[in-house]
Structure formats: structure tokens, C-alpha cells
Ligand binder design. Sequence first.
Ligand code: HAM
Length: 416
Amino acid sequence: MLQAPKGTHDIYGGDMRLWRRVEDEIRALTDVYGYGEIRTPLFEHTELFLRGVGDTTDIVQKEMYTFLDKGGRSLSLRPELTASAARAYIERGMHNQPQPVKVFYIGPCFRYEKPQAGRYRQHYQFGVEVFGSYAPAVEAEVMSLGYRLFTGLGVRGVRLHVNSIGCVDCRVAFNGKLRDFLAQRLESLCGLCASRYEKNPLRVLDCKSPHCQAQITEAPITTQSLCGECAAHFATLQDLLTRLEIPFIVDPKIVRGLDYYTRTVFEFFHGDGLANGGGGRYDGLVSQLGGTPTGAVGFGVGMERLVLLLQAQAPPAHKGPELFIGHADPEGLAAACTLASELRKAGIHAEYDLAQRSVKAQMKYADKIKARHTTILGATELEKGACILKNMESGEGVAVQLADIKGRFGGLHNRV
Ligand code: HAM
């Protein structure tokens, strides 16, 4: 039997209702925070991720789905959306709009990772990106939005870990200290980290290998190498978070696994597991991709990991149709078909038999799909212009004029 590719999954039934709940919460939250939705292609030129995410990152070195198309171009399925959003910001001239430009997205990302609980080869990310501001208020805003997403969905115990890795100048000072520290441990690092030592030693701090992790427990921390401006930026951000009553922990271990970050980095955690979300400031990315220097901040939340947290909660109840219109003969079927169409046009969920069932089987089916009301149409009902409308919960039936049926139901928007 054909199976879905390793590390992918199908979302349906009760899980889909949880996903919809999360998406509804995201749309409500991004509305009040003033973020507009953006949809970018699932694949981009590979070059975008090499330059954006960074050619010494795990994502680019090990995890990208890269292929040549029939025209011989190297394309990659997007492993994340920040680089795509920055590309769109430049390409679509969004720098001409009032700044900052605030966008959000929900969509699939692809990474060739070792599948495990909460780690997939196709995962969905909800993310926000803010382009066009260097103010620490932006970090405070996106962190509060992220935090409120978790609490709004009833997830308790989320921890926000924040750190600053400084600007390009701070990085030069920090990389020097880090190289001195790593120099004595080079032999014990994995092959990839040994090669990262020269080009991008910060990446060693982010290596997933437990062996490398054991070597770096005493490594220097980035906040000790911050210049005056970066230190002040980080202090203002902490003050803002305190005023917003967003609890946070300053965690020097957070350095993030993508190369574009400058200054602030942060992650959301729940329990001891994998991060539920992460992001930071990336002031160099837009210019690196060919735009003018632009301050930017964003984060991404793994939708599957968020839904896993919610699975302990009851999914929203399945809503059956308002009315199932059964039929006793071919005239009844034609009438059921047109009545259902009329009700649907009015925003009322109606169903009728699509499987040539007997009357008895139609009523069994209506019960299974949790129809709130049923009726049966046939030559007699059409002649009288009336039918019996049965309330499936109480079992009571009332006679109604066919012309009055629509008025008996509110539109979908009136349903609980
Ligand atoms: P990231 O930390 O690589 O950051 O991914 C963001 C979140 O996506 C993670 O915290 C995790 O919840 C989820 N995630 C990542 N990989 C997987 C996977 N294989 N399976 C399931 N969930 C996963 C970014 O991608 C940045 N673009 C975030 C960002 C936006 N930074 C600035 N703006």
C-alpha cells in the first residue's frame, strides 16, 4: 500500500478542528495587532536561502529539498518563510508603504530532518515579520503577540527565553573569544563544527550533536561582548516586556540556528521539549538580499507543536447540518436538491441523500452525521406544500409549509 512520505502527516477530523481553532485565534490576534497576511511561493531560487538563512547553517547544509527544474534552475522548497518575506518586501516595493510593514503567514515549510515527535519533514509555520524599524518596541510587540497566542488558546506554562547576540561589530569581538575557547576543543567537535570554527563559530553553539553540546557548556556568552548601543537596546526591550507584563527569562544559550539574526533572539518553550517558536531581529537581511538597509524583526511558531500542546484539550465539537432533507421518491429527491441549494445560498448548512439510500437508511445516515433536523419529501408533501420537520434532539415533529422552511433557520453566522 502506498504511504505518505516519511515525516509528513495528514490533518483531518478532530485534529483539523483544532487547527481551525488555532488559525481562527491567529487571524483574530493578527487583526487587532494590525498584521496583513502574505502568501509567498512554496519554492524559491536556492540562492535566496543560501544568502538569507546562511550557507553554514544546518538548514542549508543538511536539510534543504533542492532540485533542478526542467529549465536547469536550482530551486528549493522553502525551509522557512523569513527570507521569502524579505524577498517579497524588496521585490514588491513595500518599502514605499508607510513603515513599518507588518505581515503574517501560515504555511508549510520543508526540512529534511530526522522525523520524531514534533519534528517533521513538512511542518506548518505561523509567523510574523515587521520590516522598517530599528526600535526595540517592535521586538516587544511581536513577543507579546506570540505570548498572547499561547495564552489565548489556553496553553499555560509557556516560557519566553530572550537573549542578545549583538550587531556585526559585537560579533567580531565575540567570535574572537569563542574561537579562543573552541581552539582547545577542536578535536572533540563534529566534522561540521570543526569546519564552522573558522567561518562562523557561533553556529557551533547551535549544533544539535550532544557531543558538541557537552564541549560548549562553559563557552563565552554573547551578552558579555555587547557594544553600548546593543546593550542599551536589550535593556530597553527588557523594560518594555516588564511593562507589558510578559514574563521572560534572559537565556544566554539562545543563539538561534539561522544566520540572519542581529541583536535580539528569542524562543518560546513549553516543558522540556523542543522550542515551540522562535525568532529575533534581523537588520542585515534586506540589504543582504539587495534592498536598502532595513531594520526587521519576526518569529515563527511550529503549528504542529502548538496543536500537540492543545491535543490534551477537547477539540471543538463537530457541527452537523441544520437540516437533512430525505426523499421518498424521485420527485422528492429533485425537491430536496433544490431546497438544499436554496438553504445553502442563505448560509444554512443543509444536506440531502447523495448515495441512493432507502428512506430508513437516509434517516440512519442523518443521525450519524448529527443533523439537527430532518424532513422527508415525496409526492404527497409536494402536493400539500407542507412537510414534517423533526427535531432530532427532542424527537418532536412539527408540520411546516415548504415555503416557510428557510425562515425557520438562522444563517450559519447565527449558530453556536
Ligand atoms: P525556526 O526556529 O527554524 O525559525 O522555526 C520556527 C519554529 O518552527 C520552531 O520553533 C518550531 O516550533 C517549528 N519547526 C521548525 N522546524 C520544524 C520541524 N522540522 N518540524 C516541526 N516544527 C518545526 C524560523 O524558521 C525563522 N524563520 C523564524 C523567524 C521568523 N525569525 C524571524 N522571523
